[in-house]
Design a binder for this molecule. Sequence first.
Ligand code: ACO
Length: 343
Amino acid sequence: MPRAYIAGTGHYAPPNVVTNQDLVDKFKIDTTNEWIVQRTGIEQRHFAGDGVGPSDLGYEATQMALSRAGLTAADVDFIVFATLSPEHAFPGSGCYLQAKLGIPGVPAMDIRNQCSGFLYALAAAKGLVETGMSKTCLVVGGERHSSGLDLTTEGRQIACLFGDGAGAVVLRATSDEDFEKGRGIRWMNLGADGRFADALSQKVWDNRHAPFIPKDPVTGKGIVEKEKLWCQMDGKQVFKNAVEKMILSVMGMCMENQIEPADLDLVVCHQANLRINEYVRDQLGLSPEKVPNNIQRYGNTTAATIPILLSELEADGRLKRGMKVALVAFGSGFTWGSAYVVW
Ligand code: ACO
């Protein structure tokens, strides 16, 4: 059985940069750069323009990933798209991306696992490649958060955290030679704990009731209460569980693969909060160089964080062939996951 390996990485962020000071000056949010940087590490994020969806961002990231892999869209035979901010309730963003790539007929599916979405998507794609169902599988994480943020003082706890962007990787089957060298995704582990499903959620529609959005009896228009319009988060609960699950996930990965954390060349963490990642890094006893972050420039782009960071690391030479790399994420659900990759 071949292993799946990452043949190319790409990323894209829309050009409009919104600094912490912009949140104060342009959006009139009662916050400060110091408050946000101190608690989250975030200095700026990117916001997409009107009419730009996650599949548009994913399209740009895909072009970079395909080009770096020496491939074209015509080589792609499967699309797995991870997002919590799809253009519409349905169909999925993967179908919109497929149309933009001009490859009708190619299967496209969405994965809805929030901040762990990229790793859940990678696990699905790995299975497709290893079983021979796909030879060149495109895995994309793309988010447009800016339209779902309460950009007022009332929403500041969450509004300061998120940004828009996309990352993509191209997964292919290893050659015999690469297999011998150990290249590829060696191991993956996923987890979830639905007891915390409400700790980080956005319930903009509720399909347990008819109609799924309350209706104004006079006009017939749907009305969404503001508590349901915006994401709700128990920040402290998320923080506590994130550090615990991310550390346990990497430790479990090391045990299963008979390596020590110190043997890892890079640990690429989901970018939710710089403090979470620094805590994970310290508990694993690793140096800052081995646990890189870019949340300072992008904020939390949810399913896109890991592929954006991989793409940047590969472009600037910090991620090289043969390196032992751990990927780890935690997010809403709660869900989490990790991967051990020999690059
Ligand atoms: N600017 C200024 N003040 C703020 C802001 C802001 N942006 N946001 C909240 N505050 C205020 C609150 O109103 C509150 O004021 P009060 O004491 O007068 O009521 C005070 O700061 C403390 O608020 P908390 O929400 O308790 O702040 P906390 O110290 O918990 O920090 C944070 C909030 C940064 C979100 C933190 O809980 C956290 O990092 N949690 C992890 C969650 C996370 O990273 N989520 C990302 C998405 S999930 C994921 O990807 C894994």
